[in-house]
Design a protein around this ligand. Sequence first.
Ligand code: C2E
Ligand code: CA
Ligand code: CA
Ligand code: CA
Length: 280
Amino acid sequence: HAKESGASVTFFHSDMLEKAQQRFNIEQDLGYALELNQLSLVYQPICKGENVLHFESLLRWQHPEIGAISPMTFIPIAEDTNQIHIIGRWVLAQVCQLLGYWQAQSNDFNYPGITVNVSAKQLVSPAFISFVETLIKQNNITPYKLGLEITESTLMEDEQASAQALQSLRKAGVRLYLDDFGTGYSSLSLLGEYVFDVIKIDRHFITNVTDSDKSSTKLCAAMIQLARTLEMDVVAEGVETEEQLEWLTHQGDVSIQGYLKSRPLPVEDLIHWHPACKMP
Ligand code: C2E
Ligand code: CA
Ligand code: CA
Ligand code: CA
């Protein structure tokens, strides 16, 4: 190993080199993760009162040597290497299949929807819209049961192409969620376009809401008011305590997502949340 071969090596044996090496392995291994069945989806309830309205689908990667790798680590790598396209298509296909199954099983449309996180590169890729439309048709889904979560930073990357994609998705009838609201630069101008059905207030605003002196608390209250004025639904992310829940309930009509209600769950556990959510 390089460590033994001399004093100057210390420089090369830096954290950066190790990180690059690690990244290289992760990058390579990610290429096989799908076919080796290492990727899976978990689903976190988004609730109104005691009822689940939607689930957010979240990727998990179980690496054979490293163990669980967070999507915060591997999604940015997948985006850089363009692996996000194949992974993202897999996620969408899984979710649409599940929705199709629930729909086929239920006599009415009384079952929860599912949201999918969409990266910038996916959103502006030319084949994305038709891929979504095809999945909706193939699986015989009511389009509004599928939600797409898009962050502000995503939209900033290619504003024009994103705006066009959003219009097409809107026509296709899927629900559009503005994710991590309040963390970007253009929050207000994005709302002016009226394309989003729902805003998700970022967890960092929720953390402090029980402290009435904090500016984040006032901002949070104002964001909820704003959404109401624009007739959009609101989801509060990362709700962990009864106190936060109480504060949010007091603000009015806010959907709740967070560990207080439930951690993200494997598909076989969803039935406990809604009788229509059977495992295929
Ligand atoms: P996000 O879209 O903001 O997802 C919410 C994250 O907050 C999830 O982390 C979720 O497990 C976590 N969370 C939920 N409730 C709580 C809570 O009460 N407290 C705390 N501290 N955290 C909570 P996760 O699953 O690690 O995902 C991280 C990020 O990775 C996501 O952030 C999203 O940006 C990205 N991601 C996950 N799955 C996908 C995917 O399928 N496609 C894409 N493009 N990105 C994904
Ligand atoms: Ca999200
Ligand atoms: Ca979020
Ligand atoms: Ca977030």
